[in-house]
Design a protein around this ligand. Structure first.
Ligand SMILES: [Zn+2]
Length: 336
């Protein structure tokens, strides 16, 4: 590019812009046409080209970036983005969408996700029994506010994902809609398949009161027997009976489930329950001993949700606020 030359509208404006484009857009990710555009020089690289390339490979810049990148990585090059849905979404729903998307990212970061499987659901504010759930086929780390699907308790889609062509996994809908339908106090349900959770779910004795972390759930956790993948609606009745009024459930030979009055509480419970399972699995390698019955009861009562001392914030509130701050420092693309 010659210095002092006035560039036509729509081209990269400086040599620095060109250099930056090459740094940002590694050629191995680019289509042949885009690579040739860059080689021809900045005058040929219009902003439209930049937008297309960015759309394909740079996750943090555009609304749809992560799905295009995920599609490329998964060999799903035809995954097509729809425009971000902005109509018909209240401010309250928007807030829940962002918070739930953050929860997916945080669950992934804490190692609690299982490829594209499992679900976290949140109730949409309002009188309608609507839930937000992840599209089946997307990693937790890729979830954003607009990619979540809105469904009703019957599993019908009320608002699709911004990722076209992806629907809801039936097993997820069966389990989560059962809890939301039976427990109006529950705003969020998290279900996981972690190794430690599945290991404890396979133990005859279930979750043992081996640690202070586990004692939070002592006498306050349900068990649901394994019936195969949860695709039958009839299982929902048995599942909610087994959950009862608890906020945690061990799905035998399957995994863990927690529910909370807020998204933060549901996450906090899941993180603590999974930690308790990890501790138990580690302790079982030796000869674990239980604390005294008196200390078990006392600790359990102190740590129970809603039983915190006056002045102590509700379960999960300050922990969740800290986690969202951490997520915002790392990547805020979940808000799109
Ligand atoms: Zn499952």
């Amino acid at each position: 590019m010659r210095h002092g030359r006035s560039l036509r509208r729509g081209s990269l404006r400086t040599e620095n812009d060109h250099l930056r484009a090459e740094l940002i857009f590694p050629s191995r990710y680019l289509a042949r046409k885009d690579r040739s555009l860059i080689r021809q020089g900045p005058d040929q690289l219009s902003w439209r080209s930049v937008a297309r390339i960015t759309h394909a490979i740079v996750p943090s810049l555009l609304t749809s970036h992560i799905f295009a990148r995920a599609a490329a990585m998964a060999g799903m090059g035809r995954m097509k983005m729809m425009a971000t849905q902005t109509t018909g979404i209240s401010a309250a729903e928007r807030q829940v969408r962002e918070e739930l998307a953050a929860c997916y990212r945080i669950v992934a970061r804490y190692g609690l996700s299982d490829l594209i499987y499992n679900h976290i659901t949140a109730r949409v504010p309002g009188s309608d029994e609507h839930l937000l759930i992840n599209p089946f086929g997307v990693l937790y780390e890729e979830i954003s506010a607009s990619s979540l699907i809105k469904i009703d308790l019957a599993g019908d889609v009320i608002a699709p994902s911004s990722v076209s062509g992806l629907g809801v996994n039936r097993a997820g809908y069966v389990i989560h809609s059962a809890v939301h339908g039976a427990r109006p106090d529950v705003a969020c349900v998290i279900h996981t398949h972690t190794r430690a959770g599945c290991a404890v779910a396979a133990m005859q004795e279930g979750l043992l009161p081996l640690s202070q972390t586990a004692l939070r759930f002592y006498g306050r956790i349900g068990y649901h027997d394994f019936e195969g993948p949860a695709t039958e609606l009839a299982e929902r009745e048995r599942l909610i009976v087994n959950l009862g009024s608890h906020d945690a459930l061990i799905l035998r030979h399957h995994g863990l489930l927690t529910c909370g009055r807020t998204i933060g509480e549901a996450f906090h419970l899941m993180q603590r329950l999974d930690a308790a399972c990890q501790i138990q699995v580690a302790a079982m390698a030796g000869h674990p001993m239980l604390p005294s019955a008196e200390s078990q009861t006392r600790t359990s009562e102190m740590l129970a949700s809603g039983a915190r001392a006056p002045g102590i914030p509700a379960s999960g509130r300050i922990e969740w606020a800290a986690l969202v701050r951490q997520q915002d420092r790392i990547d805020q693309s979940y808000k799109h």
